[in-house]
Design a protein around this ligand. Structure first.
Ligand SMILES: Nc1ncnc2c1ncn2[C@@H]1O[C@H](COP(=O)(O)OP(=O)(O)OP(=O)(O)O)[C@@H](O)[C@H]1O
Length: 851
């Protein structure tokens, strides 16, 4: 059979070869100064990038094929747009000089760009997951900063865990499906890889990091190597040998941090507000960092606050020192503000993607590291002292860059103008030739005139002949033998000499040779730097930490926040606390106090709509979180007993895409909270139970409050409209009522935003509706209906609760628990178990009915 490709033009035949190999990618095929897309790729590309779709002949007797293209020097922006939309791109480059090519120019795919591995413009990363039993083993790899971690999480915790990272792509085994919540919530691009890929990945990883077992990396099971290996192999495969610096994989340390899950992150608007605004989030308020390294660290600690009290006080001490020493802080800010992102530079340099300007930034930043060391060295806090020891001097690299690279290098590496004079003798010579052509020729002319005695001898140039020596006819008799005749004119003859040929060659090739030599010297410099990248990476971490601390100090000083006392007690005492974000955007935020202790640790906060309940409970959670970050807090005084986790159930944190109703969502959250919370946790509940009937809602919230009090003992703030709950004060251990005060003035209600002990009087819902501008007629009718409810329905409600009061007392419940605990499960037959179950059920029914 005739090969169809033979009928294609040779170039398109080559295209087909690569497109077959990279069928899941859009193939960017380099043709001169353009990357061209053909066939379907061209149709997709033109649509996504708004490019003109043209066509070209495909070969003899064939129809024209669609095509579109982008200029290579501006391809980055197009690539970025496509990658952000989830496309994979294979870059197929010309790998030989087109002018040297004997037939069709040689091409190769030099990189595959996927959403998770594209790191030029974004800090993106990808994860690889491997499921075994109840667990997921996972690897996270960020190519822009080289971070590489492994972890093991329970199936149901996968989403929370992944959401800690900025993941654009998820690798998974062929045949397995990732949890739909992960895809919907994180909107990641899924890449499936076969078993073999995973197996070979492990081998590659072992070799790359020279390890025999996962233990060598600090992991306790070999399974960790499976996703780590696949992630590593994927990085290698997509970067085609130009893999950026990847740090040794290490276990993700979760234990040292307060647990903050995805719901808390959304509910408390930690990184962005519900409307997606960064400036209206905790991060927005705290972000006084000046470097990418500091910004990343800030985000990390917002999601991973410190758990350990000693660690917190170390950070606090450093922050406090910078709050007090404003001059020093200003100096640090001055140094930091001009620093490049060392972590990203490390990646670009190790992937051989660094431009001369990147190297220049590295030099300047390394000199600034020296300045930082000096400044930090004069500070007294323990943390700063540790930093000085760990911050390595890389001045020798900076000096080497300074010796070799010019002070204002061009963007591109191959255009020359990179290397300083004096670095390389031959380069200097070539430059002299290039810059002094006229002078050299004049000198040569002078020399020949002297040698031959022909004073009219001229050295000239034309495009056809190149350089020549011209002698007028009368002087031809003086021409020496080594002059070779080139051309005869009417009045003169033109010659060439060996020496002039050499000079010509030197002059004509000078620029391209200069460029080659400069490139070579630049590559050598890059290689020298490569050898020190680990040190640069370590320094980057410390710079990030300094930036983090100065940012907290800057915020604290600018906003007049105070240092909280953080200890291992149970209490939370906040005097005149404020919501850190609302405070920043409200002119007169009313501060409130919080006093939680062993006697009063479940606070029920009632009050009308709009009275400030939600803001208050979030404020407490945020102050506790800030305190664990080592930050100062918006309050007059604060004493925070440390927490192991913050849990929130706040409606706005719902992940609606999951296809579960609001109420079901709420119950799922509560269930997982009850499973994980301990007596060291902080629980924030906002209007639990409002997504179902009032009776069910009240019943569930009451039962939940009892459960938290009896079984968990966690510090809890619960905002509710169910005034019926306030009956629990005095009956259930730890429960205390508070309300947000309002005053009724004339016909309206005025919100005071002050938290007072005791329960609220009424809910004023209709009043709020009136303030929102609902028609007067509707408001009056609502008042009538409300009055009729108050006549009839309340007794009904009270009745319900009288009945529910009759339910189980603490003593009765303890008796039942004792009964269950006394069962010797190992020695119970199935029949005995069933009988026991029936007996227990009967007992519970009797207790509930008061029999
Ligand atoms: N302490 C405060 N000082 C000043 N303004 C406040 C304070 N607390 C809340 N507010 C303002 O009041 C508005 C309503 O607050 P919030 O949503 O907390 O009320 P709520 O009682 O939870 O209302 P609802 O029951 O309707 O959810 C907020 O948008 C905020 O701007």
């Amino acid at each position: 059979m005739k090969d169809r490709n033979q009928e294609l033009t040779p170039m398109l035949a080559q295209y087909h070869y690569f497109k077959n190999e990279y069928s899941d990618c859009l193939l960017f095929f380099r043709l001169g100064d353009f990357y061209e897309l053909f066939y379907e790729d061209a149709v997709v590309g033109s649509k996504e990038l708004n490019l003109v779709l043209t066509s070209r002949p495909a070969g003899k007797g064939r129809e024209r094929i669609p095509m579109c293209g982008v200029p290579y020097h501006s391809a980055d922006n197009y690539i970025k747009r496509l990658v952000q939309r989830g496309f994979k791109i294979a870059i197929c480059e010309q790998v030989e000089d087109a002018s040297q090519a004997k037939s069709i120019v040689k091409r190769e795919v030099v990189r595959v760009i996927t959403p998770g591995t594209y790191f030029e413009k974004d800090t993106a990363g990808f994860a690889c997951i491997y499921r075994k039993g109840k667990f997921y083993y996972l690897a996270y790899l960020n190519l822009s900063i080289g971070d590489f971690v492994g972890a093991r999480v329970k199936t149901e915790e996968l989403l929370d865990f992944l959401s800690k990272f900025n993941i654009k792509e998820l690798l998974i085994k062929e045949g397995e499906e990732p949890p739909s919540a992960v895809i919907k919530t994180l909107s990641v691009f899924i890449t499936k890889l076969d078993d073999e890929f995973f197996e070979e990945g492990v081998e590659l990883l072992r070799k790359a990091f020279d390890i025999h077992s996962a233990r060598a990396l600090g992991f306790d099971e070999e399974e960790f190597l499976i996703p780590l290996g696949a992630a590593y192999r994927y990085a290698k495969l997509t970067q085609k040998g130009f893999t950026p610096f990847i740090k040794k994989p290490k276990p993700f340390q979760d234990e040292g941090f307060v647990r903050i899950d995805l719901k808390v992150r959304r509910g408390l608007e930690l990184l962005e507000s519900i409307e997606g605004r960064k400036d209206h989030s905790l991060f927005g308020v705290l972000d006084m960092t000046l470097t990418g390294m500091g910004r990343r660290r800030l985000k990390f600690h917002i999601l991973n606050p410190f758990r350990n009290v000693d660690r917190i006080s170390k950070v606090q001490e450093a922050v406090e020192e910078l709050v007090q020493n404003r001059e020093k802080r200003c100096r640090l800010r001055e140094i930091l503000s001009g620093m490049a992102d060392l972590e990203r530079l490390v990646s670009r340099i190790s992937a051989n993607m660094a431009t001369p300007r990147d190297i220049l930034h590295l030099k300047n930043t390394l000199y600034k590291v020296e300045d930082l060391r000096e400044e930090i060295g004069s500070l007294g806090s323990g943390l700063f002292k540790d930093m000085v020891v760990n911050l390595e001097s890389l001045k020798s690299i900076a000096d080497e860059i300074d010796r070799v690279l010019v002070d204002e290098p061009p963007i591109h590496v191959k255009e020359g103008g990179l290397i300083k004079a004096g670095v390389d003798g031959f380069l200097d010579e070539l430059r002299f030739v290039r810059d002094n052509t006229r002078k050299l020729l004049k000198e040569y002319e002078k020399k020949l005139r002297k040698e031959t005695g022909i004073s009219s001898l001229k050295v000239g140039y034309n495009k056809v002949m190149g350089y020549y020596i011209e002698v007028t006819k009368p002087n031809l008799k003086y021409v020496p033998e080594h002059f070779r005749r080139r051309q005869t004119l009417t009045n003169a003859e033109r010659f060439i000499t060996e020496e002039l040929s050499r000079l010509e060659e030197k002059i004509l090739s000078a620029q391209s040779r200069i460029n080659d030599i400069e490139y070579e010297l630049f590559v050598q410099l890059r290689e020298k730097i490569n050898g020190e990248l680990e040190k640069v990476g370590r320094n980057a971490q410390i710079v990030g930490e300094i930036d983090y601390i100065q940012a907290l100090a800057e915020v604290a000083d600018k906003k007049g926040w105070v240092k909280p006392e953080v200890n291992d007690e149970f209490c939370i005492e906040i005097e005149e606390g404020k919501h850190p974000v609302i405070e920043a955007f409200t002119r007169s935020y009313v501060p409130n106090d919080t006093f939680i202790n062993e006697e009063s640790f479940i606070h029920l906060i009632t009050g009308p709509n709009m009275a400030g309940k939600s803001s208050y409970i979030r404020q407490v959670a945020l102050i506790v979180l800030l305190a664990h970050m080592g930050s100062f807090v918006p309050a007059k005084r604060a004493k925070i007993g440390s927490v192991d986790a913050i849990y929130t159930r706040i409606g706005s944190g719902d992940i609606l895409a999951l296809g579960v109703s609001t109420f079901m969502n709420e119950m799922l959250d509560v269930a997982s909270m009850l499973l994980n919370a301990t007596d060291r946790s902080l629980i924030i509940l906002d209007e639990i139970g409002r997504g179902t009937s009032t009776y069910d809602g009240i019943a569930i919230t009451k039962a939940l409050t009892e459960f938290i009090s009896r079984r968990i003992g966690a510090r809890t703030l619960l905002a509710t409209h169910f005034l019926e709950l306030t009956e629990l004060e005095g009956k259930v251990r730890g429960v205390k009522n508070y309300h947000m005060a309002v005053s009724e003035e004339g016909s309206g209600v005025v919100f005071l935003y002050t938290l007072l002990p005791g329960k609220a009087e009424g809910s004023f819902g209709i009043e709020v509706a009136r303030m929102a501008g609902l028609p007067e007629e509707l408001i009056n009718r609502a008042k009538e209906i409300l009055l009729s409810f108050e006549d009839k329905s309340l007794p009904l409600l009270e009745e319900t609760f009288k009945r529910s009061e009759k339910s189980i007392t603490e003593a009765e419940l303890d008796a039942i628990i004792e009964d269950v605990l006394s069962i010797d499960v190992a020695n119970t037959t199935p029949l005995q178990a069933l009988l026991k179950l029936a007996e227990l059920k009967e007992k519970i029914i009797r207790v509930r009915e008061g029999r």
